[in-house]
Ligand binder design. Structure first.
Ligand SMILES: Nc1nc2c(ncn2[C@@H]2O[C@H](COP(=O)(O)OP(=O)(O)OP(=O)(O)O)[C@@H](O)[C@H]2O)c(=O)[nH]1
Length: 204
């Protein structure tokens, strides 16, 4: 998607974690013959100018077809993070955000099989109208914020790192301390996460 230079938009897709509820890497699960990470990246590429895939293991995904996507290899957050594949989505996000050059970034989990590019594109047009003080624009539902399908300002990185450095790993806790613009969503099924074999059966 092409935009004027001042309004370029990046996406960060997170592909890490344990996939313990699924029992195998969610990113590689096939939905209609297409690996889930490829599906999500293709939607991200359809509504942004550049896609970063943040993962501890880029080699695992080298056979996927990911045009306009660039891998960022996630590193252990600190020398004490021995099991860095489980350091959590916030740390992956922070590492991705440190590479982003655009003012806004769309953050996506890799386990969202029902993303709709039309809705994400419509949301991108709202970014120009978000209050200056808001660091993100996200959907809010009964369980709280939806952190892994929404937009963040690049300038939130220092606050994010401070929270992480103090041991914080909960998006909800961090977001509850921040000014956030609320995104409206009439079709909440778009946010369906494919976490378990039962979820996968529903999608298929
Ligand atoms: N890069 C990166 N992504 C992560 C990490 N942990 C989780 N994710 C991603 O964040 C999204 C949500 O992950 P979750 O479903 O909460 O956690 P999970 O570890 O993947 O799965 P469970 O073990 O079943 O909780 C998915 O896109 C994961 O790939 C991480 O440490 N690094």
């Amino acid at each position: 998607m092409s935009r004027n230079h001042n309004s370029l938009l990046s996406a960060i897709v997170l592909a890490g974690g344990k996939s313990s509820r699924m029992g195998k890497d969610k990113a590689l699960i096939s939905i209609g013959g297409i690996p889930l990470l490829q599906l999500v990246c293709s939607v991200a590429a359809g509504c942004t100018d550049h896609v970063y895939v943040v993962t501890p293991w880029p080699e695992r995904y080298q056979d996927l077809i990911l045009p306009n996507c660039q891998f960022i290899r996630e590193l252990p957050f600190s020398s004490s993070s021995l099991h860095f594949s489980t350091q959590g989505p916030m740390v992956g996000f922070a590492q991705g955000l440190s590479q982003v050059q655009t003012d806004w970034v769309l953050l996506l989990a890799c386990d969202l099989p029902r993303l709709q590019v039309e809705i994400l594109t419509a949301w991108t047009t709202e970014l120009n109208y978000v209050e200056d003080e808001a660091i993100a624009t996200l959907v809010h539902h009964t369980k709280g914020w939806e952190p892994l399908c929404g937009f963040y300002r690049r300038r939130c990185l220092p606050q994010l790192l401070e929270f992480i450095n103090q041991g914080g790993r909960s998006f909800q806790k961090w977001l509850n301390q921040q000014p956030i613009h609320v995104l409206s969503l009439r079709t909440p099924e778009m946010l369906f996460n494919c976490n378990t074999p039962e979820d996968l059966a529903l999608v298929k």
